[in-house]
Write a protein that binds this ligand. Sequence first.
Ligand code: C2E
Ligand code: MG
Ligand code: MG
Length: 405
Amino acid sequence: MTDKSAVKIMLVDDEPFMLKLLGRMLENLDFTALTSHTNGRAALDACAAAGPPDVILLDLNMPEMDGIEFVRHLVDRHYAGSLILVSGEDERMLQAASKLVHAHHIRVLGHLHKPVLPAALAALLAKWSPPASGRARAAQATYGADAVQTAIANGELVNYYQPKVSVADGQIVGVETLVRWQHPVDGLVFPDQFIGVAEAHGLIDDLTRAVLAEALTQTRVWHDAGLALRVAVNLSMDNLVKLGFADSVARLTASAGVTPAEIVLEVTESRLMSDLRAPLDILTRLRLKRFRLSIDDFGTGHSSLTQLRDLPFDELKIDRSFVHRAGTNATLRAIFEASLGLARQLDMEVVAEGVEDQADWDFLRQAGCDLAQGYFIARPMPAGDLPGWIETWNARRHALCPDLS
Ligand code: C2E
Ligand code: MG
Ligand code: MG
């Protein structure tokens, strides 16, 4: 529990009346270490003189220095605190401003519409926590090529699996394989910290082979235990360069005693590819061999529509940035529904990623999405945890799909 009276909060708004109103609300919430300024210049001077606050409540529309310009000055001063944006502008405008601040690596607790409601203010401040320690930040560092190579060779990579469930009846349909690195010193390391390194240093084929081999063995184990699961594996575009790749995937699959139809290959275009001939050749041949192809992170890539035009995908995964909160955000809903419509016309199955709460789930039910994946359903887990999760999920499932008998 943080001591609210110790959290230093700065209010910046050109209207003295707003400052007074917000100040009173904050005091009622027991936040009492407050300073107020009617323009950005005075606020910056105060930061320089008395040190930066923990949280700044910032009005976007101010006559002399507007909120966006103020943020630029905060960046120059390496401001490490949090920000709450306050404005009478519409939701999309506030969201765009939040994105921009976030891109500057300043923590945005959220935004508030004027007139500000005390409950909304309290909810945002409840998200505040003291800045991470230097140690936690160090753990975010990526690793060198040698370390990643050793990890692959020593078998330190482990597969986690995240369920994909049917939205209509809650049935578990498959899992996505997500690689982790069980680092001997740093503990569990996430893919963002080593996939890029593997791609840049020619290690991605070895990495994919290790992940795929373990996933195939696991698929067979589940299959033999009566669990018919489709198992998805992520491919990197850098895997799709050597023409022999399709054959080596097919060989590995056959030798594990698994049929290609049980395997889903998820592909993201993380960067622009200049020559698409090899990826097209490889993916088309994999599809001919009856592997299922999935277009991952749909809506965020460099040319998702081009990929859709050129490749025979079976599945489309709508990126989580268009799923979470789509029920209440008109822009997200429009993008989600357009993607769903597109997939329907192309006869593809649709997976919504990043389903984080009941509202997301309810939205998918109403939108008629096929499959859902996300923390609300299950976090990625080691293979051994899956049977236990299925038991708890079956207990939850009926409440989430009320029309089931
Ligand atoms: P992805 O394929 O889009 O996988 C989904 C990511 O979203 C996973 O992150 C998953 O843990 C996370 N996620 C799942 N549900 C939720 C949710 O409800 N909310 C939020 N905020 N996140 C959720 P993870 O495991 O850190 O993987 C990140 C990315 O790394 C993956 O994105 C994938 O592109 C890549 N990756 C993972 N494993 C492999 C691999 O074996 N090979 C390659 N080439 N890439 C991999
Ligand atoms: Mg994926
Ligand atoms: Mg994805």
